[in-house]
Every structure is written in structure tokens, then in C-alpha cells.
Design a protein around this ligand. Structure first.
Ligand SMILES: [Zn+2]
Ligand SMILES: [Zn+2]
Length: 1011
């Protein structure tokens, strides 16, 4: 006996039971351990932050990781896998700052770094419980107990070791460069962080400013009115830092005259600017303007701001105050004629190109903005945040007649990926890893990686590598792996420390905390003696970019090389498989690839599933402010984890962007899982009635074509699903499974119902049981990686309850192997045609409004070929039975049109046609009536609460017409309703009686169970 199951099921409840079973019997641990010694499949878990509630996108990634890894285990691989947590960096710090109500770094310093970091450490796992419980609830199997954490001393030590390797290879340097800087977080960001925060359609001022030409340059120009150079900018706050204007030497410039002044700008742009009241006085090449002197908009000395100048080699030297300061026009190949005026405002403190021009031309350098993005000095707008200063600066310029035109522009602008502040490009000294030194190897290494979808390789990821820039990896922050660089206070020499023991053994080392904590502020207090001059070595204050931490996980999770020193050779490196969302092409995918290439000159992963973004049902980004976030728990509570997983696998190919629709999860649950459950519960119900016992091993080959057909389909399915999963495509595999279950339910079971129902235990019935049993067990095993819960439920009941020696769980079973000898392409084609004809036949009936219960005389099938005809002849019995028609006749497609339309209903579609005879004779009508009565009686059996196998007595009374029909079809009715007897007249002691009205006739029916 199998455990009885109802046709209705609560998937969430069924899943909870599976979870308990797995936990109590440590099935996950066994699934790993039992494969020890088998070929290893290496999987790396990308560490998420656990300081926020996990969302649907996390479930997406976890589901795709899980399906591949479970599949590999069932294919015989040893796949130990541990969870990991990203614990350092801005996301954590910002969270704590919010809790404390801080808005800047000075408040943190005042509060104390020790206390601040203590809070960071606590906040890291604020949602750990939620993460762990969701991870378990969705059936994502990963070792949570031994998870690696990027803040562990051992982890940080490996990060130090990695940096030391790069340091020794000369790949780390300090550069004075313009870097994207977050004024709120007070730190530089790396280019991959910047790339994650671009926002389109950002509104900014678009302004045209007049720079007054002065000094000796003025002499060459008309003297009757002031002459201005017209420049354009979208960042007014950089104007006080202007120290040059650039022109394109080969372009044509014009001198324009109005009643009040002269203007100089590029000829091409003068036309597009539509300047009214100006006429051209002179034309000249840009070259002629180079060297022209003009007055600064703001002389820095008047506003207590230091003016410096680029020296040979790129260093800066302070300049003496100068009353009549002038700047000059330079030529620049970066000047385009696409927008603006053809005269570019240059502020070397605030732009990468500007900075380079500054070095090249030996320009002045004025930086009137601090690291919080506030204007310094004594300007009227001093103390303001740059974006707030914009308006005040424009008012100031307007009052002085220097603002020519003011508009707004919508363009793409970068924002901080963590705190959403607009980024400022800002010149400062910071640490770099020279990734450009290994650019070629980064690119050739990428060729060795399989990307799913493939276009990422040479698209998003490849382009990113092609445009590689050095990695600005230092953060002027608090909670992170501290940089292992110490600097001598006396001689300025640097030393990089590559491990704890190395640090402990430094001469004159002082301040090592006990117990050890490799974090700020403790590491800030560690000093030792300079190897060169004996001076005091102090640590540089910065911490690491947290992307470096996560990118170092292949080695840092194992504390390599301090432990697991054979890691790189013993098969644990590189990963066979990783999987995250597309934003990681510039995040984790990149940092993994860069670090591995820098350290080991090779990639650290072979196959990547790169998932598309997930939005809400309308395609909008899910966010708190929009209130459209869908929490995974809510979905699971309603529909279960299997439904959610299945939806994520099959709704869209992994790489495509998706729109998450709760209704679709419900639809998936109904269409696929409930359909599967119906087949399963149907099987259990009849198998228990007939006391069916599956035989161990192979069963005798079936005679019935239908059995042969479904077994052919099943083996084809096993081959297909295996191949799809092998090539990292769970979506195709899932869709094939769906098609199979549909065929199993709507063709195989539907057409086999009577075989199960017939009461004699003949060979055909046994064959049907064997076949359906085999299909369900094989399905359970194939579904195990996709929908681990329902697969377990099926397996436990179908397999374990009968074979106690079988593997304890479906997840400890082997993945099915296809028997290619059972695949019969002709049979598949015959049945495909039969299903198509039946679908058209049902449509024709519906169109003619004739119920399927009403038998019909014949129908025509339009065929295209002799082979099609032969196909259909082989499956004619199935078709006639399914369509409830007495005869199938063939006709060529052309001649189908010649039928008498009055007596036929025709349906034709894509190269096929079916014409159903709509003539209903008296005999056919009586037979239809008998079927209708059977249908009513079956409903009454259910209403009366009878078991499927209960025998009954049927009583009836009514119009003479019925009495005739019932007696004519008595055998048929008896057989279909398990009635031992049919008697005219309904007595009082029946279990249930009902009055029915069928096509205008009245009929009283009664049923009584035979005890
Ligand atoms: Zn920020
Ligand atoms: Zn020294």
C-alpha cells in the first residue's frame, strides 16, 4: 500500500514536511559526504550582505545555483559547498550611520572608530536569521554552519597576503589622480562601483559663461567694447577652479559683435546657438586663439584659496598671491563640436581630462572643494554643498554680467551605488592596483570562460576588460580590511605586510591587540621600526574596497596559503561554476577575475550563469519607495518554494531581464505542479485499490502502443534534460519537463483511464501500472534538482514505501539515464499527430456546440501524405475514443473544402483539417443520453462520499424515453458506475437521490452502496 494522497494538496505544507525530513536525517550532509572520492565539482558561493532582508532577486540567484549543483551531485560529483557573507564596506557603514543619525565622517571620528566598528560588526548579521531561514525554506543547499565571513581574521590575513604578492610584483602604486569621489561617504570609488550607479535623465544646469579677455591679448582685438570667450559647462561649482580654456586648434572660430560686447566661439556652434543681435566680424582658426589671456571668474587669492601649479613630473607647487592674475587659452584634442561652444572650461582639480591637460600644460591648480563636497574659502557660497552652490554661483556671475545663458540639461550622471549622492570627480592621492598591466591576460583568460548567455563574454564583460583602468582599491573609511601598508614617519619608506606572523616578527613591533583583531582602530596603533632608517612605521589609514574582499574568496575562504596550502593543485581551484546577476560583471565577476589573474595568471571560474535583472510585473524596478517589493516569504507562504523555483526557471531564459508576476507563480503552480500532483494522486488511488506492487528492476516490455509511446517520450526527455543541464540551461530542461507532464496527464493518463478502471487484473492493466509508475519515479528524480520538495514527496511514497533499501532520499539517488533503445521516433510522430487531430476535433465540437459526451457518426481528416495517413491509422482507436466518434475517414486536404457544410463542422489549422459530422441520429442521441446519465451518476457517487471501488445499486424513474435508454445501455451504465444492479423505481432508503433534467426530460436517480 502506498500512503493515500488526496487530489488536493497544500504545497507549502507538504514542503514543510520535507524540510523536517531533510533536517532530521541530515540529507544534505549525506548528499555531499556520500560522494567523497568521486570527481569534484567546484562551486563558489558569491557572498551577499546579510544586513538587509533577502529579496526575490536573491532567490533567483540561489535557485539557479542550486539546480545546477544538485544535478551535478546526482550525476555522481562530490560538491562540498559553503555559504559566505560579505561583511565589510560602505553598505554596512551607511546602515550604522543611519542608526546613529550620522551624516558624515567627522561624527564617526567623534563617536570613536572602535565603538563604530563594533556596531558595524553587530549590524552585519542583523538579518542573518532571515537569510538562513529563507535559504533553507527555498531548498538552497549550502553549508550555512561553516560559512566564510570576509571579516574573519583568517580571511583578512589572506587578503593581506594577496596584496603583498601584488606589492612585490610592483603592481601597487599611489597616484595623484582624479577619481570619482562620494562626498557623503567621503571616499573614492573604483570604476566598477561607479559603473553601477549611473542614472539616466539627471537634471543639471547647462550654462554659458563669458570670460573677459585681458592684458596684452586685448590689444590684438577691437577696443571699443569688452571681448569675451564663451564657454559652456554643466557643473557651475567647478568654475572657481577654472585655470584654462581649451579650443580645437583646427576648427574655425568666429568673433561676433553686438551692441554691447564681442564674443568668441566656434563657428559651427555659433550657428546652432541661435544668437540674436550678433553679427560676425572675423573668422579665425582655433590655433590663433591659443595663448590668449583672460581674467579668472574668481581669483583664488581673493577668497583665501590656495593656488598651485603643476610642475615637471606632475607634482604641485604653491603659488604666490597675484593681484592681476590671468589664465590662458590652450589647445586640446578633447574639444569637440558636438555641444557647448567649442571652448572648454578646464578645472584640473575636478576632471580627468582637465587634470591631464594641467600636467601637460603646467596649468594652475585650484581646489576649492573639500572631501565632503563643500566649497571652502571665503566665497559668498562657501560652506555650501557643491550642488547647492550652483545657483548661488550663477547669481554671482549674473550680477557681474558674466552669465550669458542659462538652461537645464538632462543627461547621464554617476551616483554613489550605496548612498545615492551625486559623485564628484576629484583630484587626490590614492592607491591603485595596476590591473592594466595584466589587461591582455584578463582578456585572453575571459576566452577560457563559458558564459551563459554567451553574449556576455565579448559584450558586457569583454568590453569592460577592453576598457580596463587601474583599480582604485583604497577607501578612506573605517569598517573594512585595513590596508597592510606601513609608512616610515622619518624617511617616508613604505612596507607591505603579508600576514600576521610577519607583522608580529617586525623589529620593535608595538601595539598588537590581544586577542587579535585585524581591523581599525587596532591596526592603526600597531607600529614597528623602519627597515631602512629605524624610524617609526605607522599604518596608512585607508581600508580596502570590499569588492577586493569578495573577489579574494577562492583563496580567502580557505585561509590560503596559511592553511590548505595545496588548494590550487588539489582540485579545489578554479571553480567549475558560479552564478550571480548581471550587475556582477563589473562587481564580483570582475574582482574574482582580476585578483586571480594578478595572483595566479589564470581565471578562477570556468562556467558562469549570468542572470538578468528582475523587476515587478509592470517592468518597474522594485523599491521601498514605490512600495512594489514582493517578499519571497509571501510568495512561498501562498504557493510554496517549488512553485517559485519552477517559475524562476521556466518563465524566462536565465540571462533575460524578468518581470516578476505573483499571478504567474500561481499559474505555474496550477498548470504544472498541480497537474503533476493529479497524475500522482490518480496513480496512488488506483494502485491502492488494485493492490499494485511495483517490481524491483525492469518490468516486462509493454504491449500497448500507448505505454511504448510514453516510455519513448520519457527516455527522450531524460536525454534532453540531461543535455540541457549539462550545458547550464535549466530553462530549456524545465520547459521540456513541462511538455512531458502535459502529455502524460492529457494524453497518456486520459487515454489510459479505462485501463486502470477495468476490474480484471489482466496483463494490460499491469503494464499500464508499471508504465505510469516508472514515469512518475523517473520524473521525481529528474525534478529533484528543480523542485526538490515535490520530488521528495513522490519519491518517498512511490519508492521508499515499497523498497526500504532504496536510497533514503531522492537527493541521494542517481540522475536517471536514458535508454536510447526505447526511443521510437515513429511512435512519437504518430501520437503527436493524434493529439493534434484530437485538439482540432474538440475545437470542431465546441464550435458546433455538441458535447463530447454525445457520440457522432464519423469525421474526416485532411491528410498531407500517405505516411501521415499511416500514422493516423496506427492510432485510430485512441482518436475515436478521445473524440467519441464512430469512424475516421480520410480525405485529401484539397477535397475537404468540397464537403456539404450543412452537415459538417470544419476546423483547419497549419496544414491540417478536421470535419466532424454533425448529424445526430436517434440511436446516437440515446447513446449520448446513456453517457450523460453515467456522468450524473459519477457525480452523485462523489457527492454521496463513496470510495472509488465501492459497488452500488442504481435506481431510476422517469419519462418513457429514459426507461428505454437506460435499459438499452444497462450493461454500459453498470460497468462505468460499478453498479451491481439497475432498478426502476427509487425507494426511500437510498443514500442519495436527485432529480435531473436532461434535454427537457425529467429523470429521478438514486444510489445506494452495496455493503
Ligand atoms: Zn556614498
Ligand atoms: Zn625610515
Amino acid at each position: 500500500m502506498f500512503k493515500p494522497v488526496g487530489s488536493r494538496v497544500s504545497f507549502p505544507q507538504m514542503e514543510e514536511k520535507a524540510l523536517v525530513f531533510w533536517k532530521e536525517n541530515t540529507i544534505f550532509e549525506k548528499s555531499v559526504k556520500s560522494k567523497e572520492g568521486q570527481p569534484r565539482f567546484v562551486f563558489y558561493e558569491g557572498p551577499p550582505f546579510a544586513n538587509g532582508n533577502p529579496g526575490i532577486h536573491h532567490v533567483l540567484a540561489r535557485a539557479f545555483k542550486d539546480v545546477i549543483v544538485r544535478y551535478k551531485v546526482m550525476k555522481g560529483h562530490y560538491v562540498p559547498r559553503i555559504a559566505g557573507w560579505d561583511t565589510h564596506g560602505l553598505p554596512v557603514e551607511i546602515e550604522v550611520e543611519k542608526q546613529l543619525g550620522f551624516s558624515g565622517k567627522d561624527q564617526i571620528e567623534k563617536y570613536g572608530v572602535e565603538e563604530f566598528n563594533k556596531r558595524c560588526r553587530e549590524s552585519v548579521f542583523k538579518y542573518l536569521k532571515e537569510w538562513n531561514s529563507l535559504t533553507e525554506r527555498i531548498g538552497y543547499w549550502v553549508d550555512l554552519e561553516h560559512a566564510y565571513k570576509t571579516m574573519d581574521n583568517s580571511y583578512v590575513e589572506t587578503v593581506w597576503w594577496a596584496l603583498k604578492q601584488m606589492w612585490d610584483k610592483g603592481l601597487i602604486y599611489q597616484g595623484y589622480r582624479v577619481t570619482p569621489h562620494c562626498p557623503r561617504c567621503g571616499t573614492s570609488l573604483s570604476s566598477h562601483e561607479v559603473s553601477q550607479g549611473y542614472k539616466e535623465d539627471t537634471e543639471d544646469p547647462s550654462i554659458y559663461i563669458k570670460f573677459l579677455i585681458s592684458g596684452e591679448s586685448k590689444a590684438k582685438l577691437p577696443a571699443d567694447k569688452p571681448v569675451y570667450l564663451l564657454a559652456w559647462t554643466t557643473t557651475p561649482w567647478t568654475l572657481p577652479g577654472n585655470t584654462a580654456l581649451a579650443v580645437a586648434p583646427d576648427a574655425e572660430y568666429v568673433l561676433l559683435q553686438s551692441d554691447n560686447d564681442y564674443l568668441v566661439l566656434a563657428a559651427r556652434l555659433a550657428a546652432t546657438l541661435k544668437l540674436e543681435g550678433y553679427n560676425t566680424v572675423k573668422k579665425m582658426p582655433g590655433e590663433e586663439l591659443v595663448g590668449t589671456a583672460y581674467q579668472p571668474l574668481f581669483n583664488p587669492h581673493d577668497f583665501s584659496v590656495e593656488r598651485m601649479r603643476f610642475q615637471e613630473g606632475g607634482t604641485l607647487a604653491a603659488q604666490k598671491p597675484q593681484k592681476n592674475l590671468t589664465y590662458r587659452v590652450i589647445s586640446g584634442d578633447f574639444v569637440t563640436m558636438e555641444d557647448g561652444t567649442g571652448i572648454v572650461h578646464v578645472a584640473p582639480a575636478f576632471g580627468e581630462i582637465d587634470h591631464e591637460a594641467g600636467k601637460q600644460w603646467g596649468l594652475d591648480f585650484v581646489q576649492q572643494v573639500d572631501l565632503q563636497g563643500k566649497i571652502t574659502g571665503s566665497y559668498s557660497f562657501a560652506g555650501k554643498f557643491v550642488k547647492d552652490a550652483d545657483t548661488l554661483i550663477l547669481e554671482d556671475l549674473k550680477a557681474r554680467g558674466l552669465l550669458f545663458r542659462r538652461e537645464t540639461i538632462r543627461h547621464t550622471y554617476p551616483f554613489c551605488w550605496r548612498c545615492d549622492s551625486p559623485l564628484l570627480y576629484y583630484a587626490k592621492q590614492t592607491w591603485y592596483i595596476k590591473t592594466t598591466a595584466v589587461k591582455d591576460r584578463l582578456i585572453s583568460g575571459n576566452e577560457e570562460i563559458n558564459w551563459y548567455p554567451e553574449h556576455i563574454k565579448n559584450g558586457r564583460f569583454g568590453n569592460w576588460l577592453e576598457n580596463n583602468v587601474d583599480w582604485a582599491f583604497a577607501r578612506e573609511r573605517y569598517w573594512g580590511s585595513p590596508l597592510p601598508f606601513w609608512r616610515c614617519e622619518k624617511c617616508g619608506a613604505y612596507e607591505c605586510v603579508g600576514g600576521v606572523v610577519e607583522l608580529k616578527n617586525k623589529p620593535g613591533v608595538k601595539g598588537l591587540p590581544e586577542p587579535l583583531d585585524i581591523h581599525r582602530p587596532y591596526m592603526d596603533d600597531v607600529t614597528f621600526s623602519c627597515g631602512k632608517c629605524g624610524g617609526k612605521m605607522k599604518r596608512t589609514p585607508e581600508v580596502m574596497d570590499c569588492w577586493f574582499d569578495s573577489g579574494a574568496m577562492p583563496i580567502a575562504q580557505s585561509h590560503y596559503p596559511f592553511e590548505n596550502e595545496t588548494l590550487l593543485e588539489d582540485g579545489r581551484f578554479p571553480a567549475d561554476f558560479i552564478c550571480e546577476a548581471i550587475d556582477q560583471t563589473r562587481g564580483w565577476f570582475y574582482s574574482l577575475h582580476a585578483i586571480s589573474t594578478l595572483l595566479f595568471d589564470r581565471p578562477c571560474y570556468k562556467n558562469v550563469i549570468c542572470l538578468g535583472h528582475i523587476n515587478d510585473a509592470k517592468g518597474e524596478k522594485m523599491s521601498k519607495s514605490k512600495g512594489n517589493i514582493i517578499w519571497p516569504e509571501d510568495v512561498i507562504k501562498k504557493h510554496g518554494a517549488d512553485a517559485l523555483r519552477w517559475y524562476l526557471f521556466t518563465a524566462s531564459a536565465p540571462g533575460n531581464p524578468r518581470q516578476f508576476d505573483m499571478k504567474q507563480v500561481e499559474e505555474v503552480s496550477r498548470r504544472f505542479l498541480a497537474m503533476l500532483w493529479n497524475v500522482y494522486s490518480f496513480f496512488i488511488m488506483y494502485a491502492n485499490i488494485d493492490n499494485y506492487k511495483p517490481s524491483e528492476g525492469a518490468f516486462p516490455p509493454p504491449e500497448a502502443e500507448l505505454d511504448k509511446w510514453i516510455l519513448s517520450e520519457l527516455n527522450q526527455l531524460v536525454a534532453d534534460v540531461d543535455a540541457s543541464l549539462e550545458s547550464y540551461n535549466p530553462t530549456d530542461a524545465g520547459r521540456k519537463l513541462e511538455t512531458f507532464v502535459d502529455g502524460l496527464s492529457n494524453w497518456y493518463v486520459r487515454r489510459s483511464r479505462r485501463r486502470f478502471w477495468k476490474s480484471e487484473n489482466d496483463a494490460d492493466k499491469l503494464s499500464a501500472y508499471n508504465t505510469l509508475y516508472h514515469c512518475l519515479v523517473t520524473l521525481a528524480k529528474m525534478l529533484a534538482p528543480f523542485t526538490p520538495f515535490i520530488a521528495e514527496e513522490l519519491y518517498q511514497n512511490l519508492v521508499r514505501s515499497v523498497f526500504p533499501d532504496a536510497p533514503e532520499s531522492v537527493h541521494l539517488a542517481d540522475f536517471p539515464a536514458a535508454d536510447m533503445g526505447k526511443i521510437d521516433k515513429q511512435l512519437a510522430e504518430d501520437n503527436r499527430l493524434a493529439m493534434k487531430i484530437c485538439s482540432m476535433g474538440r475545437a470542431a465540437r465546441a464550435k458546433a456546440q455538441i458535447k463530447v459526451r454525445q457520440p457522432l457518426e464519423h469525421f474526416y481528416v485532411g491528410v498531407n501524405s500517405e505516411s501521415e495517413k499511416q500514422s493516423l491509422e496506427r492510432v485510430v482507436a485512441l482518436i475515436l475514443d478521445e473524440l467519441n466518434v464512430k469512424e475516421m475517414k480520410f480525405e485529401t486536404l484539397e477535397r475537404m473544402g468540397g464537403l456539404d457544410v450543412a452537415n459538417y463542422e470544419v476546423i483547419s489549422e497549419s496544414g491540417g483539417a478536421v470535419a466532424i459530422s454533425t448529424l445526430i441520429t436517434v440511436e446516437l442521441q440515446a447513446e449520448g443520453m446513456a453517457r450523460e446519465i453515467v456522468h450524473r451518476l459519477q457525480t452523485m457517487r462523489r457527492t454521496a462520499g463513496y470510495e472509488i471501488a465501492d459497488h452500488i445499486i442504481v435506481y431510476y424513474e422517469g419519462d418513457a424515453y429514459f426507461v428505454q435508454a437506460v435499459s438499452a445501455f444497462a450493461d454500459y451504465i453498470r460497468q462505468e458506475t460499478l453498479a451491481d444492479d439497475i432498478e426502476e423505481g427509487v425507494p426511500d432508503d437510498v443514500d442519495l437521490q436527485e432529480e435531473h433534467k436532461i434535454t427537457g426530460y425529467h429523470l429521478m436517480l438514486g444510489v445506494k452502496k452495496v455493503k
